[in-house]
Design a protein around this ligand. Structure first.
Ligand SMILES: [Zn+2]
Length: 271
């Protein structure tokens, strides 16, 4: 046993072996951390694209193609280099994971990119639902934008998780019970396995939203490459298509105006 607190004794026959093992250990760690882990992470992210849909952000104007220093929230003396147009950051999490997502993918947004998009006013160039997602932490692997009969929503989820985050409009006081809803965009959390809204009240149109969640989760899980790792089914049912009402037509026209203004997120195309 080598006593590490004792002065180094170069004559100890175990000392060269200790130094050799230490060098091998450090080299192996460096190879793993800087070579193997990024390769595996990149491959995992690219493989996930067919079963993990996502959203693309509209590209910001060319004036935003510059480096901005964003202070760390943990260490005041530390800053990260952020580029809002390229959606890049020099923080560890971006370099390790988020940089492997395609250009403009909403999953590229680390804490610093989100903070700078919101504080600089750039996020005002996106639609309300997209801003609602950016204001929250982007912790989900999949994002889907869906039209509802009288509203619209963005879902954040992963095929292997039962937790689904729903970003949609709240009902304001003057809104009719059946919508369209014009309140602020908020995040609602649904446990798909337990069929339960958690952390607060359900969103308006919750019955319809649950049906859409069932459809989307069923489709995503059907494409998942490791079905043995999926959670056990709770007997998911497919959503019933809902006929479009007059109010729904008004909501659809509003959405089309947003889309034509180029402010909306668009689905990430599968390779
Ligand atoms: Zn960052």
């Amino acid at each position: 046993m080598i006593d590490l607190t004792a002065p180094a004794d170069a004559s100890n026959p175990l000392w060269p072996w200790f130094l050799t093992l230490l060098a091998i250990g450090i080299t192996a760690w460096l190879i793993y951390d800087f070579v193997l882990a990024p390769i595996w992470k990149r491959r995992h992210i690219l493989e996930s694209i067919p079963y993990c849909p996502s959203l693309l952000l509209p590209t910001l104007p060319i004036e935003r193609d510059k480096t901005i220093l964003v202070p760390s929230h943990k260490m005041i003396q530390l800053s990260y280099r952020v580029n809002l147009m390229q959606l890049t950051c020099s923080c560890f999490r971006f370099r390790r994971i988020r940089r492997f997502y395609p250009p403009n993918d909403i999953r590229r947004l680390c804490r610093h990119l989100r903070k700078e998009l919101l504080s600089s006013g750039c996020a005002q160039q996106f639609d309300e639902l997209t801003r609602g997602v950016i204001a929250s932490r982007l912790v989900d692997g999949c994002y889907v934008r869906e039209n509802l009969s009288n509203s619209e929503m963005i879902l954040g989820f992963h095929p292997r998780s039962s937790i689904v985050r729903v970003y949609t409009y709240r009902k304001s006081q003057l809104d009719p019970p059946g919508g369209p809803y014009t309140g602020q965009v908020d995040k609602f959390t649904y446990n798909h396995r337990q069929d339960l809204w958690i952390y607060g009240e359900p969103p308006p149109n919750s019955d319809e939203i649950i049906g859409v969640i069932d459809t989307i989760m069923t489709a995503c899980r059907a494409r998942y490459p490791h079905p043995e790792k999926l959670p056990q089914s709770r007997g998911e049912t497919l959503a019933t298509p809902i006929p479009e009402t007059e109010a729904a037509t008004a909501a659809r026209m509003r959405r089309e105006r947003i889309l034509s203004a180029g402010k909306s997120t668009t689905p990430l195309q599968r390779p």
